[in-house]
Design a protein around this ligand. Structure first.
Ligand code: HEC
Length: 107
């Protein structure tokens, strides 16, 4: 590898690090939040957690209203720890991931 190739690889690598750091404050993808934080319980329905895309299990909970559900996740409920193990989630992130979990599986 020539000296200039090495330099451009280094430059590309540091640019990538910087650009991901800049991307952080932007709202997170609901699927990513789900995979990172909620999946371990909500995929299999651990300890009575309503399962992902199990619309019937979500129906009675959605009736409580989205804001109430966001508050519940932040406080924790039953076996669910406060914040649902997402330490960097905003209210908007929770809303998006709850909508994702409670809607039917997309084809
Ligand atoms: C350690 C396991 C666990 C994790 C992690 C977890 N949950 Fe839960 N969740 C539960 C359980 C158990 C319940 C059912 C609580 C009950 O009804 O007693 C629940 C219930 C809920 C409810 C319904 C609350 C209500 O008022 O009925 C919502 C909304 C929810 N979870 C969202 C999330 C979100 C969003 C995440 C990820 C950011 C998450 N959970 C992560 C276990 C978990």
């Amino acid at each position: 590898m020539s000296q200039s190739t090495k330099l451009s690889v280094l430059f590309a690598a540091s640019f990538f690090t910087l650009s991901t750091a800049w991307a952080a404050p932007v709202a997170q993808k609901p699927e990513a939040v789900y995979d990172k934080s909620c999946k371990i319980c909500h995929d299999a329905g651990i300890a009575g957690a309503p399962k992902k895309h199990a619309v019937a299990e979500w129906e009675s909970r959605l009736k409580l209203g989205m804001d109430a559900l966001v508050e519940t996740v932040k406080k924790g409920k039953g076996a669910m720890p406060p914040k649902g193990m997402c330490m960097d989630c905003t209210d908007e992130d929770y809303k998006a991931v709850i909508t994702f979990m409670s809607s039917p599986k997309q084809p």
